[in-house]
Design a protein around this ligand. Sequence first.
Ligand code: SAM
Length: 215
Amino acid sequence: MDKIVSAPIEAYCRQHTAPLSPVLETLIAATHAQTTAPQMLSGHLEGTLLRFLVQLTHAHHVLEIGTFTGFSALAMAEGLPPDGRIITCDVNPESTAIAREHWAQSPHGHKIELRLAPALDTLASLSGPFDLVFIDADKANYGAYWEAVLPKVRPGGLIAVDNVLWSGRVLDPQAASDKAIVAFNHQAAADTRVETLMLSIRDGLLLARKRLDGQ
Ligand SMILES: C[S@@+](CC[C@H](N)C(=O)[O-])C[C@H]1O[C@@H](n2cnc3c(N)ncnc32)[C@H](O)[C@@H]1O
């Protein structure tokens, strides 16, 4: 993956960001040792941003689409109050076994509930309302995830969507995945139910705040 932010700047930002919990550090190491695509893990800066968003919005009910090895779910769980809950969706039993193993080592792991099924099926069974939703799964379904979750986000709630810069390929879309991200970004920016803010952190993170009168 081409980096949007240069490696030295990324390292400088990490040096000036609160350290990760020991479990999250161990989870990063396990993901590199045991999976073939460790770059899917959102990492120190984005994980810390997600935890901050949970804390700043006083979220109690969080939904995640795309668990992988459970890094972002645990980072967000660390920001939830003791009675807060996060539902996280994935289809991969191998990567989520690594997730479960590490969640069990954290005092925040009990806040996480894994749903192992195609996310669109899981979403159809959930009523919400959610304070915060993090979308980070198969890019072709981003538009469908958006439409499925937005009615289940509380007014004033937040949706965060990962990889919206897609290594910069949004500027010259060629592959189907490039075009899917470009189409999604257009869909979100044109949606009057939300206000959007696109951040160039890591591979691009779109924040969308549902308007108080958004349906
Ligand atoms: C980029 S990874 C998630 C990374 C994770 N959020 C983190 O920051 O550590 C994307 C995940 O989406 C999952 N995924 C792909 N298609 C899916 C689907 N239809 N439903 C649910 N999860 C899916 C993959 O199995 C993969 O684990």
